[in-house]
Design a protein around this ligand. Structure first.
Ligand code: GLY
Length: 994
């Protein structure tokens, strides 16, 4: 089947013309009687009647040749289920209707009429949005069944990120039927049904008040989902206004019975201000607009020219579609509707009218035809599946002063969006004005209250007898007021302050812990599930067993628990104890610095200082001996160069610092005693039967029992002073061998008792302290978020410093830290200075050397082999020679060449010098001992040599003359006769002309 709805062309004129034809055909057409049950006393009922009449007229105006003609029989239900049942019986029994169109006002009415239709096999077409359970002969022409509405309702919660809702439903099977669908849908958006209450359809105002009070007191959730018929919902809203539950902070979401409300009175709208409701979406088509115009005119005519008639709502359109569907189904030839008759009931009949109802012979065929009917209706596509209409989209409306206002749409594909063509871009709903807020105030309620009663929160805090840094409750004698302060209090206050809304709370001291009674933190926590307190703020550890009863926020302290014990002293000894003051890295770095400095001094002094000359082995010895003798300031060698002297000053200073630091560290290691924990093994304490302590009321006592400590070996203490006293007396003298407690307490204890105690043994896993809230309380995650914010910012650090002081004020773990070895890092600055000084001095020296000796160096001409290697070797050889301009060698030279010196003595000295040089070069690995010997000799004899007879040549020039030089040098008579240079400033200034 697939009839088309008349287009806009089916105008009034056309309808009028066709109406005449209808009248002509009517006589020939087979009548199909269709009953209509409406509350004709209500505005909605009268609107639906007009709408239904118009639908039938329009249908036959378009289908003038239809072989059937629906004849409507109206009955008034007066909004009463019994009257509706009576009307249905009358229609079936007396009017012999073949189908019923029902605009039910309540679920009960809808269900009763559907059952009667089922009994007589008369299809009942229900179009109003009331919760109703399906029956075999019912066809829901409204899509507002329970499961289909749950998803858009959940979409609204998801849009505002509300995590829980209270479901208020009509006390009927169909009313309750939404619960599982809603629970599923809410789970999909991370929410849940926190509470649920059934409201009887005929509940008195007192009963409604009781329901409202119960749901507001039982839970902190302030989002209410209302799924009931309009009449009941309107009464509930009015009671909610009286109960103050239509005020700021409350959220009301209603299903389609409210969303599709027709013709609400100003009082109704006033009571519903801020309510959000869902209703089936009717697309704004041209046909619907055309109908709206005709409908308004017709309604005014039907109601004696009444004004103030609003445009048709979706339920009016759906009444039209239902009547159109009935006419279409009746027209199906194959259905064989014509000539229908009622058969008497089977078997014996009872005395009541119901018992005497016949069974429609055409019911089944008509039902099938109705279910197969599909067309584009005014309220959208009309297509029945599983006995109910399929809804492609829902409209979300917000009731304002002027009535419902569309704030968004919901589709299965895209979820919530502000417009249908938005294609689910995720922009959410348009601005919604919630109950208690002005029209322009679009604040979104958080969806929950801090306490069920809506009063200020009662926060329990433990009254402690020690460790007051965490929480302290005392009476201020000057003001005679109870003062509650401490780290935990400051953290909680700061977290609440960080929330984006005000929270009103007051602290209530809990005196149950210690103080002579056997109270514990467990009892403190139990105040919350016992509804004696709304939360607990204090040094309450997060434990698994407590979490079964309450919710905790994120921890705001260190976690874990361990033990403190007394320490005992021990002097450090050992075979290589002397190495301990410095770390291995520092030892190696020092060694490298010694060698490098010694080498640099050697490089500078080698040419000018006889004390830095000798065989290579001797010179290695000098490097090491010189460097290491500075360690004890016992170096014998005098340095000649100013560069060396400069370096020596720096180096000796560095050595002074190094040695005095070493001495100080070694002294402290030998004199300061190392402190060791008296016991580190918990099993030792258990096996030894030692007494151990714990903080009174703490969960740690239970943990110790789980670890097999004997109950009789546990002693409770309250203050750090009591801990110290018990530990110092020891297990055998009325004290304990160890005190077990959570790490934050132990740190406080050790900060106050620095000497003599230390934390020992393993740190057992724990979660730290958290604030306690009732299970499922939305405040726990809110405060957790605030705590994380405080921790990431500076606030938590400031609060910690306020109560615990700067970290590291005391040794903390009680072990003496002065025995730590000196590290390379400690001396890195010193080494940097010496390394830089040595490097600069070396570079300056080499640069000066190269510059001063540039003529000799340039004259070096490599022979065979690698040019660079030869030149380098030649440079080395040149470097290795004495610098005869150096004061020391000059003096020697003068003394050797002095005329007063007898010839034999001079000759011996020179010979000795030559031999020494030759040996040195041989040992050094120079090329050819004899040639090197000769060069050395020549060089040591004089920096200058005659080129040929009477001609002066530099030693370098001579040496690189290779064979010729060698030959010349080995010929004694060709030795130049040494003359005193006229210019003592430098050989290079002498003319070197051939
Ligand atoms: N901080 C002690 C306890 O929570 O048990």
């Amino acid at each position: 089947m697939g009839t088309r709805f008349p287009s806009a062309a089916a105008s009034l004129v056309a309808l009028w013309v066709l109406g005449a034809l209808v009248g002509h055909r009517a006589a020939a057409a087979e009548p199909v009687r269709v009953g209509v049950i409406l509350d004709l006393a209500s505005v909605a009922g009268r609107r639906w009647r007009t709408s239904i009449r118009m639908a039938v007229e329009d249908y036959y105006a378009v289908h003038a040749n239809s072989t059937t003609r629906v004849e409507l029989r109206f009955r008034d239900s007066s909004g009463d289920a019994v009257a509706a049942v009576s009307a249905a019986v009358d229609l079936i029994k007396n009017a012999q209707v073949q189908a019923i169109i029902h605009g039910a006002q309540t679920a009960a009415e809808a269900e009763f009429v559907a059952h009667i239709g089922g009994r007589a096999h008369v299809p009942v077409l229900s179009f109003s949005a009331v919760p109703a359970a399906p029956t075999p002969f019912s066809v829901r022409a409204s899509a507002d069944d329970d499961s289909s509405q749950a998803a858009p309702v959940a979409g609204v919660l998801g849009n505002f990120r509300w995590r829980a809702a209270v479901l208020l439903h009509e006390d009927s099977p169909s009313g309750a039927a939404i619960a599982p669908a809603l629970a599923d849908a809410l789970r999909g958006v991370g929410a849940s049904v926190a509470h649920r209450a059934a409201v009887p359809a005929g509940a008195s105002d007192d009963r409604l008040d009781a329901v409202l009070y119960r749901v507001s007191a039982a839970t902190t959730t302030r989002v209410f989902v209302v799924h009931m018929s309009l009449t009941l919902a309107l009464r509930l809203f009015r009671r909610a206004v009286t109960a103050g539950m239509m005020s700021e902070g409350y959220v009301w979401i209603a299903t389609a019975a409210v969303g599709e409300a027709d013709a609400l009175s100003p009082e109704d709208i006033d009571a519903m201000r801020g309510v959000v409701a869902v209703r089936r979406y009717a697309p704004p088509t041209r046909q619907a607009a055309d109908f709206a115009k005709r409908f308004t005119a017709r309604l005014q005519r039907d109601n004696d020219g009444a004004r103030d008639i609003p445009v048709p709502t979706v339920s009016t359109l759906r009444a039209y579609d239902a009547a159109w569907a009935a006419a279409a189904a009746a027209a199906v030839e194959e259905a064989g509707i014509s000539g229908s008759a009622f058969e008497p009931p089977e078997g014996s009949t009872g005395p009541t009218e119901l018992d005497q109802l016949g069974v429609s012979a055409t019911g089944e065929k008509l039902l099938k035809a109705l279910r197969d009917t599909a067309f584009d209706g005014l309220a959208g596509k009309f297509r029945v599946l599983d006995g109910k209409l399929q809804a492609p989209a829902y409209e979300i409306v917000n009731f304002a002063a002027e009535g419902p206002r569309t704030v968004g749409l919901w589709t299965r594909k895209s979820g919530i969006s502000p417009e249908l063509d938005n294609d689910g871009s995720g922009e959410g709903l348009k601005d919604v004005v919630f109950p208690g807020l002005e029209q322009s105030d679009i604040r979104v309620p958080k969806g929950w209250a801090f306490s069920p009663a809506g009063q200020e929160l009662v926060i329990a805090v433990p009254v402690k007898h020690g460790f007051w840094e965490f929480v302290q409750v005392y009476n201020d004698t000057t003001t005679n007021r109870t003062v509650i302060s401490g780290y935990c209090i400051d953290v909680f206050d700061a977290a609440i302050k960080a929330l984006p809304y005000p929270v009103y709370y007051r602290y209530e001291p809990f005196y149950g812990i210690g103080g002579g009674n056997s109270g514990s933190y467990e009892q403190l926590v139990d105040l919350v599930p016992g509804q004696k307190a709304d939360a607990v703020v204090g040094d309450v550890a997060i434990t698994g067993s407590r979490m079964a009863e309450v919710d905790f926020t994120m921890p705001f302290t260190e976690s874990g628990w361990s033990m403190v014990v007394a320490v005992q002293s021990q002097t450090a000894t050992g075979m290589f104890f002397f190495l301990k003051p410095l770390t291995p890295a520092l030892w190696l770095a020092s060694l490298a610095a010694f060698i490098f400095t010694g080498f640099v001094i050697w490089v500078i002094e080698h040419r000018i200082n006889p004390e830095f000359r000798g065989t290579p082995l001797q010179q290695f010895g000098i490097i090491f001996h010189f460097a290491f003798s500075t360690l004890v300031f016992a170096h014998r060698e005098n340095v000649e160069s100013n560069l060396s002297k400069f370096l020596m000053v720096i180096w000796v200073f560095a050595v002074l610092i190094l040695t005095s630091s070493y001495t100080a560290s070694l002294t402290s290691m030998l004199t300061v005693q190392k402190l060791n924990p008296s016991v580190t093994d918990v099993n030792y304490l258990i096996n030894n039967g030692d007494y151990v302590g714990y903080q009174e009321g703490s969960f740690v006592a239970g943990e110790l029992l789980k670890m097999n400590f004997d109950q009789s070996k546990l002693r409770s203490y309250r203050t750090p002073a009591e801990y110290a006293d018990a530990l110092s007396r020891g297990s055998d003298n009325g004290g304990v061998a160890a005190v077990f407690d959570e790490v934050p307490y132990l740190k406080i204890f050790l900060s106050q008792y620095c000497d003599g105690y230390t934390m020992a043994g393993p740190v057992y896993k724990g979660t730290g302290f958290g604030f306690v809230f009732p299970k499922g309380s939305p405040m726990a995650p809110e405060v957790s978020r605030a705590i994380v914010g405080l921790t990431e910012g500076y606030d938590m650090g400031l609060i910690e410093r306020k109560w615990f002081g700067a970290p590291g004020a005391c040794g903390g773990d009680g072990v003496d830290a002065s025995t730590a070895s000196l590290t390379l890092w400690n001396f890195s600055g010193l080494f940097l200075i010496t390394a830089v000084a040595s490097s600069i001095v070396l570079i300056v020296y080499l640069a000066t050397f190269v510059y001063r000796e540039r003529h000799e160096l340039r004259a070096a001409e490599p022979g065979s082999g690698s040019v660079s290697l030869k030149r380098f070797r030649a440079w080395l050889q040149h470097y290795d020679r004495k610098d005869m301009t150096a004061p020391h060698f000059k003096q020697q030279f003068w003394s050797d060449s002095s005329p007063s010196t007898n010839g034999s003595s001079h000759g011996k000295k020179r010979e000795r010098a030559e031999q020494e040089e030759a040996t040195a070069m041989r040992d050094f690995g120079g090329p050819g001992a004899s040639s090197l010997s000769d060069h050395s000799r020549m060089d040591s004899a004089s920096p200058l040599e005659r080129k040929g007879s009477g001609e002066l040549r530099t030693p370098f020039e001579q040496r690189i003359g290779e064979g010729a030089t060698e030959k010349r040098a080995s010929t004694p008579e060709r030795k130049p006769s040494l003359k005193v240079p006229q210019n003592t400033e430098g050989r290079k200034k002498l003319p070197l002309s051939p």
